[in-house]
Write a protein that binds this ligand. Structure first.
Ligand code: ASP
Length: 328
């Protein structure tokens, strides 16, 4: 072995250790030249038009992040966006005026973590990961979750912004509780990522329904409802009326339908049909699903037009309007 080949093969081992086999540089034995690894196909997709969040996840995946880390990085953009009244800081409060957040994460090993009804912490998806990694539990609620956050260095923050407080005061005049379809064309962010190894993971994070009852928890932090991953099959995430998604265990159902051979698009449509066929009131609420399978095919479906998903693939971030049960 000449010196050049020895160095190349040594560095090949180093790259393999840090990034895994898919990115390994190798040597063409005929020409004795280094063949650069092909950029493997990473994919990020998320609910609604959260382009910045989805791009952040896509770029993290391209630079070697795991699917879970990328999903948490992506949704963190919206958790910190105070202009977004449906996720994280700046989210609408409950009827008592308290902002309470819900989130969950699920990784390619089938491990998961969730937090519900958390106050004063912005990055609740990252906190859900702490529950998953650092405790023997899957879900922590309220003060217990908040205390865990402080023990792990999260900052205490006032999540009720001036704007959200002003809107809440205006709402108090009628105190009418009415879920709104397609709030400002954004809502809960559910994100699904496929990394350079082809592994799939996801995160889902929300402030829940605006002016919800104190203590109300929706689908978003419920594994199987707001998010489900089976790395042998694919993943799904949900947004919209959490009570209806929970009743059908929507994201789990989609993954099981994909396991039975349905495409992500077909699986989202069949799962939505369960909600549509069991409700007389589908005019009054929105539900939307997104899904990805192991081959990298994706799909989405919603009840009312107006929902779209963001998709990052081949370095491009694209907004894809979703097919809907109603056509106008
Ligand atoms: N699914 C969320 C919940 O029910 C809210 C939403 O996505 O609109 O809390």
């Amino acid at each position: 072995m000449n010196r050049r080949r020895f160095i190349l093969q040594s560095s090949k081992a180093g790259v393999a250790l840090s990034l895994g086999a898919t990115l390994m540089a190798c040597i063409d034995q005929n020409t004795d030249t280094v063949v650069q690894p092909k950029k493997s196909k990473v994919i990020a997709l998320c609910t609604w038009g959260f382009s910045e969040a989805n791009a952040a996840a896509g770029k993290a995946l391209e630079s070697g992040s795991t699917a879970l880390e990328a999903a948490i990085t992506g949704v963190a953009v919206e958790e910190a966006n105070i202009k977004n009244s449906t996720v994280g800081k700046g989210g609408a409060p409950d009827r008592e005026g308290n902002v309470t957040l819900d989130a969950c994460v699920m990784d390619a090993n089938g491990d998961c973590g969730a937090v519900v009804c958390v106050q004063n912490i912005t990055h609740v998806a990252a906190l859900a990961k702490v529950v998953m990694k650092e405790t023997e539990h899957v879900m922590l609620a309220g003060e217990g979750a908040e205390e865990l956050a402080y023990r792990h260095g999260f900052q205490k923050e006032n999540l009720l912004t001036e704007k959200a407080a002003e809107d809440y005061r205006a709402w108090l005049k009628t105190s009418k509780y009415e879920p709104i379809i397609n709030i400002e064309n954004h809502d809960t962010i559910g994100m699904l990522c496929m990394d350079q190894h082809g592994d799939i993971a996801g995160a889902c994070t929300t402030s829940g329904l605006s002016y919800k009852m104190k203590g109300r928890v929706g689908d978003s932090p419920i594994i199987g409802a707001g998010l489900f991953i089976d790395n042998e099959v694919g993943g799904a995430a949900a947004t919209g009326m959490g009570e209806e998604i929970m009743k059908q265990v929507g994201s789990f159902l989609i993954v099981e339908l994909m396991r039975q051979g349905k495409s992500p698009q077909e699986a989202c449509e069949v799962a939505m049909q369960r909600i549509v066929s069991k409700n007389k009131d589908i005019n009054k609420f929105q539900v939307a699903y997104i899904a990805i399978n192991k081959a990298g095919a994706t799909g989405s479906y919603c009840i009312h037009p107006g929902f779209s998903r963001m998709e990052y693939r081949n370095g491009k971030n694209t907004r894809i309007p979703s097919a809907a049960h109603f056509t106008n």
